[in-house]
Design a protein around this ligand. Structure first.
Ligand code: ADE
Length: 264
């Protein structure tokens, strides 16, 4: 997979040399290139921004500079490979594991990191009309100073889903925000007793069916406490009788094919 990042702070992306993503790059699984947007400026001062039309605070990134950069970095229109342009922005759709899965299936992703008040809106429009897929994505309901950290988050999230990047693919199966639609259960390792705190007995029992049931119960309870929004959209067909019993104890019932709390 090829990934290009365009930014005015290429050094921000140095973290992509580390850990699993760094290993994937060195193994040739991920062809990741970071570019300095200022390389596409046309003036002595290497200007990338200007004042907003219509007035208001801050500066807006110029479409001509971004247009030249993206024309060079995105695949040519009509090429075998199509490109997916991702623009991190707090005004985007919220980035989820589903976006990470979709991006991991792409052949070529380009991330355009804006700063200041954002990128002139015509840049996205232009890329779409050239036939590229374009996603404007937010990593959460808070405002960062630019798209670089959000790009790091997204690259790590989709990069680890590429075949061969995570050593044991089973670790992708049960994790939070995976196919089960639940948060992950709590995990423990040695020593079995630490600071007066004991590992739950069942995990030491070697009884796999009981361990699976305990983990499933903890996942349901955790999701109910921390992310009731996830329970509300859960496929009820994925729940067995034991799940429904645990949920009932937690105050959740099935109503018209969806979970809701008894209080509603
Ligand atoms: N740029 C600034 N804030 C952001 C956010 N929350 N998500 C993605 N990009 C951003």
């Amino acid at each position: 997979m090829r990934v290009d990042v365009v930014t005015i702070f290429p050094d921000y992306l140095a973290a992509l040399d580390l850990s699993l993503v760094g290993k994937a790059r060195r193994a040739g699984l991920l062809d990741l290139r970071v570019h300095d947007l200022r390389d596409w400026t046309a003036d002595r001062h290497r200007t990338v921004d200007d004042t907003p039309f219509g007035g208001g605070a801050g500066m807006v990134m110029r479409p001509d500079v971004w247009g030249r950069a993206l024309d060079d970095v995105l695949p040519e229109p009509g090429a075998d490979v199509t490109g997916h342009l991702v623009v991190p922005t707090p005004a985007g759709e919220v980035f989820t594991q589903r976006h990470a899965e979709a991006l991991a299936r792409e052949e070529h992703v380009v991330l355009a990191c804006g700063r200041y008040e954002g990128i002139d809106a015509r840049v996205v429009e232009h890329a779409r009309s050239a036939g590229h897929r374009v996603s404007e994505l937010s990593i959460g309901d808070y405002v960062l100073n630019g798209g670089e950290v959000a790009a790091l988050v997204m690259i790590e999230a989709f990069g680890r889903l590429l075949p061969g990047v995570v050593g044991n693919p089973h670790s992708l199966v049960e994790e939070s925000h995976g196919a089960a639609g639940l948060l992950e259960y709590p995990v423990y390792t040695k020593p079995p007793s630490w600071e007066g705190l004991e590992v739950p007995e069942v995990l030491l029992s070697g009884h796999h069916a009981r361990i699976d049931r305990w983990r499933r119960d903890r996942a349901l309870a955790r999701t109910a406490a921390r992310r009731p929004d996830m329970l509300r959209v859960l496929e009820v067909d994925s729940l067995d009788a034991a799940d429904l019993a645990v949920l009932a104890e937690l105050g959740w019932v099935v109503d018209d094919g969806r979970l809701r709390t008894v209080a509603e």
